[in-house]
Design a protein around this ligand. Structure first.
Ligand code: SAM
Ligand code: SF4
Length: 454
């Protein structure tokens, strides 16, 4: 069956990206610090030798504000902020190291932001060098970084490569000069070309581009050109994000005229245009807005059934313990989540008192763990197998949803399993939603908690 406009329209409802389950709006608004420390410690002991651990480090600074941005960032051109921040993150790492009874085996590092390349190569080297010095690097590690094409230098690339980074993701967003002016992100395409070439020359083996559809003033013609220009550079992966309009939390989004946003039906056409261009160019739809070349590890992991999903998005690494360092970062201990304070001054205050900076989180019960597994399976394996003890809950909440999805040809299901069809690949968020007992129970989908699925 073909993906059609009416079908895309029908499923364009608010839906989380399921980088966690339960999703953040359903977490407790405070956290018992001792319980978190005990959980972290026991999960570390369970996981360190089995799979190693993952680290996410949030580096929040950017030199100028892109008005569409929904990330946790701090805008400044004053680079003296780098030192204070690095000191705090290294101190936070030291506090967590005290909860690890042996040197951590580091499987995965992701530097996110904000803009990690706001930091000087020397400071990035200091940060990572200190963390890696008394750790063991897993033989199959994967280190990746988010970078801005306007401020990534060859020195950044060489420094990160020497530290073991092989994956880099550039924020491209859109190449059209008028769109760039309105989103306050003037970024000549030559910059994207230059950093892509340099990354490959230095040795990075996977280059990702972030692109967004649904930005103000975008049309099918502008996006067609942007995507063709990008495809010509042959990125190994592409994240083709749906613009998330959440002006109630991202105030910068109030700086442009909402009338310039493409209406819902136009936005869906932009998505379809992108999907066709990527598919025609040989990219595979990995799910949740991600496309990858068949030669890229991400697609190979999907094909081998080893794909995993956590707060960093899709990943080829399966470690079950993710430690988030830095302001607003989220940790995932498998059986519990914890998020750091979101404002820099609160984060600094906690760390200065030698305390972990977590402020909210969630401890999963048996039901959450089962349904989390179903959601992970659907996102990463496109199928899941039911446990008989869950049947009463599945029958009450999930099967009525699956029934509707099956009528549209998106899934096939029985009391034993659900299988996502080829058509269903494009609606993974909607299918995961059928297992979201928190959302289904409270029917909070009527509130604007999440951006729309498409
Ligand atoms: C931390 S930024 C990437 C690194 C760097 N700061 C940059 O912009 O190049 C993460 C990505 O989130 C995406 N993003 C930010 N705000 C968004 C929004 N409102 N809707 C959809 N995607 C968004 C952008 O594609 C952006 O590249
Ligand atoms: S999109 Fe990137 S550079 Fe722009 S404000 Fe957001 S984090 Fe900073």
């Amino acid at each position: 069956m073909e993906i059609t406009l009416p079908l895309l329209n029908k499923y364009d409802v608010p839906a989380p990206r399921y980088t966690s389950y339960p999703t953040v709006p359903f977490w407790q608004q405070s956290i018992d610090l001792n319980e978190w420390k005990t959980t972290f410690n026991s999960e570390f002991l369970k996981n360190n030798h089995r799979d190693g651990i993952s680290l996410y480090i949030h580096l929040p600074f950017c030199e100028s504000l892109c008005t569409y941005c929904g990330c946790n960032k701090k805008i400044t051109t004053n680079h003296s902020v780098e030192n204070e921040y690095l000191e705090a993150v290294l101190k936070e790492w030291k506090l967590y190291r005290q909860l690890m009874n042996e040197p951590p085996i580091i499987r995965e590092i992701h530097l996110g932001g904000g803009t990690p390349t706001f930091f000087s190569p020397k400071n990035l080297s200091l940060l990572l060098g200190t963390i890696l010095k008394r750790s063991i690097v897993h033989p199959h590690h994967e280190f990746s970084v988010e970078a801005h094409p306007n401020n990534t230098t060859v020195k950044h690339l060489e420094t990160l490569y020497a530290l073991g980074f092989r994956r880099i993701s550039y924020g491209v967003q859109d190449n059209d000069p008028e769109v760039q002016r309105i989103i306050n992100r003037v970024q000549p395409f030559e910059n994207v070309q230059k950093v892509t070439d340099e990354s490959r020359r230095v040795g990075f083996k996977s280059v990702n581009f972030d692109l967004i559809y649904g930005l103000p003033k975008q049309t099918t013609a502008t996006i067609h050109k942007t995507l063709n220009d990008c495809i010509a550079l042959g990125p190994d992966r592409v994240a083709f994000y749906s613009y998330a309009h959440v002006p109630w939390t991202s105030r910068g989004q109030r700086l442009f005229d909402e009338n310039d946003l493409p209406p819902a039906t136009e936005k869906i056409k932009l998505y379809l245009e992108g999907k066709h261009l990527f598919t025609d160019a040989g990219y595979k739809d990995v799910g949740m807005d991600h496309f990858a070349l068949p030669s890229d590890d991400l697609y190979m992991a999907l094909a081998n059934g080893t794909l995993h999903r956590n707060f960093m998005g899709y990943t080829t690494q399966r470690s079950s313990l993710l430690l988030g360092l830095g302001v607003s970062s989220i940790s995932d201990a498998g059986t519990a989540f914890a998020q750091n304070k979101k404002h820099l001054h609160e984060y600094y205050e906690a760390i200065a008192k030698n305390e972990l900076a977590v402020f909210r989180g969630y401890f999963l019960n048996q039901e959450d763990s089962s349904f989390r597994k179903y959601i992970l399976d659907v996102s990463c394996r496109r199928a899941t197998w039911f446990s008989t003890v869950d049947l009463p809950l599945l029958e009450e909440f999930t099967f009525p949803e699956l029934n509707r999805l099956a009528e549209d040809g998106l899934v096939e299901y029985s009391k034993k399993e659900v299988i996502v069809t080829g058509l269903g690949y494009h609606f993974i968020r909607n299918i995961c939603r059928a297992f979201d007992l928190h959302l289904l129970r409270t029917q909070q989908n009527r509130l604007p908690l999440f951006s729309k699925a498409i």
